[in-house]
Design a protein around this ligand. Sequence first.
Ligand SMILES: Nc1ncnc2c1ncn2[C@@H]1O[C@H](COP(=O)(O)OS(=O)(=O)O)[C@@H](OP(=O)(O)O)[C@H]1O
Ligand SMILES: Nc1ncnc2c1ncn2[C@@H]1O[C@H](COP(=O)(O)OP(=O)(O)O)[C@@H](O)[C@H]1O
Length: 621
Amino acid sequence: MANQHHPSARELDDLELLTGGAFHPTTGFNEPGSAVTLRLPDEIEAALADGEAVELVDPEGLPLATVTADGSAEGRLEVTALTHAQYGPFRRYYLTPAQVREQYAGRTVVAVTDALTDVQVAQLRTLGPVLLVALVGTGTPALSAVGLIRATLRLAGDLDAAVVAVPLASHDDPAADAELRQRVLAAYAGPDPVVELATGGELVLAVADIVADEHPAKEEQGLVLFFTGLSGSGKSTLARALMDRILEQGGRTLTSLDGDVVRRNLSAGLTFSKEDRETNIRRIGWVAAEISRHGGLAVCSPIAPFDETRQQVRKYVEDAGGAFFLVHVATPLEECERRDRKGLYAKARRGEIPEFTGISSPYEEPQDADVRVDTTGRTIEDALDDVIVALRESGYLNLSSEASRLASLAPQPPRAEVIEMRGEPDADLEPNADQRALSVLFVCTANICRSPYMELRARSLMANASDAPLIEFASAGTHGFREHPADPTMAEVMAARGVPQKQIDAFTSRRLSRKLVETADLVLTAEGTHRAYVLEEVPASFRKVFTLGQFAESITRVDPGLSGAQLLAAVGHRRAGTAPAHDVADPYNRGLPAAEQAADQIDSLLRVVLPQLTGSERIVP
Ligand SMILES: Nc1ncnc2c1ncn2[C@@H]1O[C@H](COP(=O)(O)OS(=O)(=O)O)[C@@H](OP(=O)(O)O)[C@H]1O
Ligand SMILES: Nc1ncnc2c1ncn2[C@@H]1O[C@H](COP(=O)(O)OP(=O)(O)O)[C@@H](O)[C@H]1O
C-alpha cells in the first residue's frame, strides 16, 4: 500500500487505546481540543485530503489501523483497527476495557505507575479483590513498562489482585493527561469503584531487585563517551589514551567507534555532504546507544559537526537508559591546521577536498559539552587528565589518577581485610601461618535473608570445630539495598539456632561486586539465577561458583579424602549440573514457616559441605 506511516511511540500507545475503546467517547485522532493527536508528513496529509486511506504501521511494518479524514474543517481522523499488536513482553496482559469487564467485573480498580510501597500494599490488602491497572504508556511510569508489569505481578501474587497493562502515554500536558487518565480508568472500571493509592511509604523489598536493575548506580550505568572536534584536534588520540586507561583498570566492556574506522566499515560509501555526515553520526549514535542499553561503554570520536545530530545521539542514548558524556576537543583551527597530520588541510586549502570541516564546511561548537579540552601546547597526558577529572566528578567513571594507578598495578600486599571468624584457635592447632584461610562467599538477591543466614550460621557452626582450619565466610546480594540489617524473621531463626545476637545485630547487607567474586575461593549461591548472575559478571569464575545445593552434590563425586583448596580444585572440574531442586527458595516476606524451611534446607546442605571442606567431623548443625 502506498500510503503508510510509522507513528511515534506515543501515537502508537494512543492508537491502541483509541481502537480498544479506552478513550471513550473519543474514537479518532485530532478531535478538536483533544491531546490525542497524530502528526503526519505533508505528503500523507495531502493523500488524506484527496480522500485516500493511510495505513498506520508498527515499527516492524505490521499495519495496525487505517486512518481517513472525515472531511471536517478540524481535520479529525477516523481510525479503523486492522489488527492488535501481537508481540512484546507481557502482551497477554494488555486487555481492552471490554475484555476486562468480561474477566474481572466486581474488582476495585487501582492504577499503578511505580513500584509499590509498603504503605500501598497495606492499603491494597484492605480493598478486597482488586484489579491493578499498570499504566505503562510511553513516558508515564517511573519504571519501564516491562519492569512495572513484572513488579506489579510479583506483588499481585501475594494479594487478591489481577493485573492488566494499559499503555496510557504522557502527552506533556498535565491537565489533559489527568483527564485522559480518569477517562481510561472509568472505561476499565465500568460500574466498579476506582481507588487511588496513598502516596509515600518505603519501596517493598520484594521488588527491590527490579527497581535496582532499572536504576543502576551511575558507575554501573551504560555510558557513551562522545568526543567531538575538528579534524586533527586530538579526538582519536585522547579517546585512545582514555580507552587504554579504562582497559588497564578493568571491570568494563569497551567498544570503540572511531570516526575514521567507522567510515571504513559501518559508514563505508558515505560522503562528507551534510546529509551523509548526519547519517554517519546517527549510525554511530544508534550503535553506541545499544551498547549503553546493556551497560557497556562506547567511546566515539567522529567530528560530528552539527549540534542537532549530536542532540539526536544524546537522545538515543538516554532513551536506551545510558548516560551521554560529551567531550569537546576544542583545539582551534589554526593549531589543527598547523599539525595537519594527514596533509588534508593543505589539500582543502588548495580546493582539492570539497566541504572540509573548518575550511569549507561548518563546525558548530557545542554548548552542552561536559568538558572542553584545548590540546594546544599540552601533553596528551595533561589534556587527558581534564577528561578524567570531569568524568570522575560526573560519577559515571572513576579512573584513578596516574599516581594511584601505578600503585594499583604494583604487587598487592596480602589482603588486610580479615572477616571475623570462629573463636580463638586451640594453641596446639595453630594453623600454619603460610596457609591462607579459604574464603567462601554466599550470594542471594538482597543479602538480607538467605545469604546472611548462610554466612552467620556457617561461622557459628565452625566455632564448634576447633580442629578445623580457618575459613572466612562472607555474603553479598546481586541486587537490593546496601547496608540493610538482616530480615527480622530470618534473624529470629538464626538466633534460635545459636547464632550469637551480637553478630546478627552487627550484620549489614552489601551488593555483590566483581572484586568480592574475584577474591573469594568459593562462591555459593542460593539459586541458579544468582549463579548465572555471578557468571555473567565474572565469567572467569566458572570453576568456583556453585549453588549451595549443586556444590553439596558435586563434592560427593570427588575423593572423600580431599578437603580445602584441593577439594575446590577437584570439584571445579567435576561439577554437577545446577537443578531447580538445588535452589533455596526465597522466604522473604513469607512468614516464619518459610524462613524455618529455608533454614532447614540450608542447614542440611551445610551439614554436607562444611565437614568435607574443612576435613572436620565436629561440625554438626
Ligand atoms: N571533507 C572532509 N571533512 C572532514 N573530514 C574529512 C573530509 N574528508 C575526509 N575527511 C577525513 O574523515 C575524517 C572525519 O570523518 P568523520 O566521520 O569523523 O566526520 S563526520 O563526523 O561525519 O563529519 C577526518 O578524520 P579525523 O582527522 O580523524 O577527524 C578526516 O581525516
Ligand atoms: N595534547 C594533545 N592531545 C591530543 N593530541 C595531541 C596533543 N598534542 C599534540 N597532539 C597531536 O595532535 C594530533 C591529533 O590527531 P588525532 O588524534 O588523529 O585527531 P582527530 O582524531 O581529532 O582528527 C596527533 O598527531 C597528536 O599527537
